[in-house]
Design a binder for this molecule. Structure first.
Ligand code: TXA
Ligand code: MG
Length: 353
């Protein structure tokens, strides 16, 4: 594995069928030439991801929806115009140009124009679509730095294009427009309110979408929609802030506990655990041991929380705690995506007890 900032080198590797991890504004992607079945197969192998789970095809700024999708509804054009480049993925009926390899044989394709300047430069240099899932092993937390990618994928990726830490920090919002309605498949980096304003009405919930017809057919088996996903090694409990103190008292009796909570919630808990405990250190962004509990505060604002979330989960894994108790944020702005990821991290595990 090599690592650097050489965009033309990264584009040549993609053209030769290689794998390039690259930064987007949401999380790092593991990219391959979307037109090459062999290159796309390497992505699935490197991630350990089941072949039936389709990849998002990333497009350069200015890409025409009609080149990549058919039966494009007016609402798709409106969303693309208003929100691209940006953290939004649209599911549409695929055109003949999209290879079956990237979509896992599905009649639909996920399309996204990422806003990160390095991603845009790579797409422009490469000149085609780049199929890319998040650059982590299947089921694990998405990478928001080049170091995270290197730790997860090592030599299974040919080149890591380092663009610094990701600004948004959670994956793109996915809206399925292939069913005659706008269905929210995954809350993400573009808040629900921004999308609903553009489309002029409410998004349909994914669990209600099974009733709809359209090219998408039955609800997709997307990994981001599995009960357990985005999970660190430690056990995760996701609780409302009002239940945090009780959950900590129960768990710390038998296990090494860490708490992940917005700063104001974390500071209140610290004061309860150890009256007079200094709370200032939380402002520095590091973890503090208070009353035997490792407390890692996140910024109180929803965008700051999303940006810090995955790095914080990785830090807590490195601290070797048994259980992470996370306080759920209000489902406002990016808080909806943060809450969604925390609930999935807390879902039943395949890999871990
Ligand atoms: O922000 C993001 O979306 C990042 C960056 C790299 O762009 N990508 C990402 O990809 O999160 P991935 O593969 O980790 O998650 C994409 C989700 C998966 O749950 C996948 O199954 C779903 O999108 N998906 C992709 N194509 C789909 C389709 N045609 N129909 C339904 N779901 C689809
Ligand atoms: Mg992923």
């Amino acid at each position: 594995m090599q690592r650097g900032t050489d965009i033309s080198r990264a584009a040549s590797i993609l053209a030769a069928g290689g794998l390039v991890a690259f930064p987007t504004e949401t999380v790092y992607g593991l990219g391959a030439d979307a037109a090459s079945a062999a290159a796309v197969a390497r992505v699935f192998a490197a991630k350990g991801r089941p072949r039936a789970h389709p990849l998002i095809v990333h497009l350069p700024a200015g890409a025409r929806l009609d080149d990549w999708a058919v039966d494009v509804p007016d609402v798709a054009s409106r969303l693309a115009t208003a929100a691209w480049p940006g953290p939004l993925t649209l599911i549409l009926t695929k055109s003949a140009r999209v290879s079956d390899a990237a979509t896992g044989g599905a009649p639909t394709v996920g399309l996204r124009v990422p806003a990160h300047p390095v991603a845009q430069a790579l797409l422009a240099a490469f000149g085609g679509g780049i199929a890319a899932p998040s650059a982590n092993r299947f089921g694990a937390v998405s990478p928001t730095t080049a170091d995270h990618v290197a730790a997860d994928l090592g030599d299974d990726v040919d080149y890591i294009l380092d663009g610094g830490p990701c600004d948004v920090g959670v994956e793109s919002t996915i809206v399925d427009l292939s069913r005659g309605a706008a269905v929210l498949l995954r809350p993400g980096g573009l808040p629900r309110s921004a999308i609903e304003e553009i489309i002029g009405g409410p998004l349909v919930a994914a669990d209600a979408a099974g009733l709809l017809g359209g090219a998408g057919g039955p609800a997709p088996s997307a990994p981001g929609t599995l009960a357990s996903h985005y999970a660190p090694d430690a056990l995760v409990l996701a609780v409302p802030p009002g239940e945090l103190h009780d959950a900590v008292m129960i768990e710390r009796a038998t296990r090494a506990v860490a708490v992940l909570a917005p700063y104001s919630v974390a500071a209140a808990l610290a004061a309860q655990l150890q009256p007079g405990a200094p709370v200032d250190p939380f402002r520095t962004g590091g973890a503090t041991l208070v009353g035997g509990v490792l407390i890692l505060p996140l910024p109180d604002d929803d965008a700051g929380m999303a940006r810090a979330l995955y790095g914080a989960l990785r830090d807590l894994d490195a601290a070797n705690v048994d259980v992470v108790i996370a306080a759920l944020p209000p489902a406002v702005g990016l808080g909806e995506a943060v809450g969604d990821r925390l609930r999935r991290a807390a879902g039943p595990r395949r890999r871990h007890p």
